[in-house]
Design a protein around this ligand. Structure first.
Ligand SMILES: [Zn+2]
Length: 183
């Protein structure tokens, strides 16, 4: 593991648990990778080094493949509990960043953990720009899972990774276009 650019920052075990639960049949493999990265006995009420967790997610993504890690992301919003004021896709997509920041503890003024920037494009479309150090496919799954959760019945939903920068190709960020419409 290279030097930790996020020294002092930790990820909440609760957030890690929701990702691990989303692994389904791959959970044992995910826990094994976590163990390789130094977490012998994972406990959801603890917090763990943010950099270690980011590396673990990338190692899991490499192991299980992009489609599986995308599906893990899609499952994460299913079990999450949402404040009642969040009741549409725009509000829900905007809340990812708040949840992300809330799950990171500790202090390091030099570290930039990035985030999830929601830009409303129209009543029925938005862009989410991710410049956090987590896997692209996982984020696309999360963004799609949230849109699915808050779409009204019968709505058609589309999430596409915009062309250009992608973190998979050492890009600084990934941008996803979310759009939805009624049949
Ligand atoms: Zn990407």
């Amino acid at each position: 593991m290279s030097q930790d650019p996020y020294e002092g920052l930790c990820m909440s075990g609760i957030a890690m648990t929701s990702a691990l639960e989303g692994m389904g049949g791959f959970k044992a493999k995910a826990l094994a990778i976590l163990k390789e990265n130094g977490v012998e006995d994972f406990q959801s009420d603890k917090a763990y080094p943010f950099f270690m967790w980011a590396n673990t997610l990338h190692a899991i993504a490499k192991e299980v493949g992009s489609f599986t890690i995308y599906n893990v992301g899609r499952k994460i919003p299913e079990t999450a509990i949402w404040p009642s004021e969040i009741n549409d896709i725009h509000a829900a997509e905007a809340s990812i960043n708040v949840a992300y920041k809330m799950n990171i503890s500790g202090e390091n003024p030099k570290a930039d953990v990035g985030g999830y920037q929601h830009v409303k494009l129209s009543e029925n479309s938005c862009r989410v720009i991710c410049d956090n150090p987590l896997p692209c496919d996982l984020d696309q799954g999360i963004i799609e899972g949230i849109a699915e959760k808050f779409a009204t019945p019968g709505q058609i939903l589309k999430v596409v990774h915009e062309e250009g920068s992608c973190r998979k190709n050492q890009g600084r960020s990934c941008s996803y276009l979310v759009s939805w419409y009624d049949l």
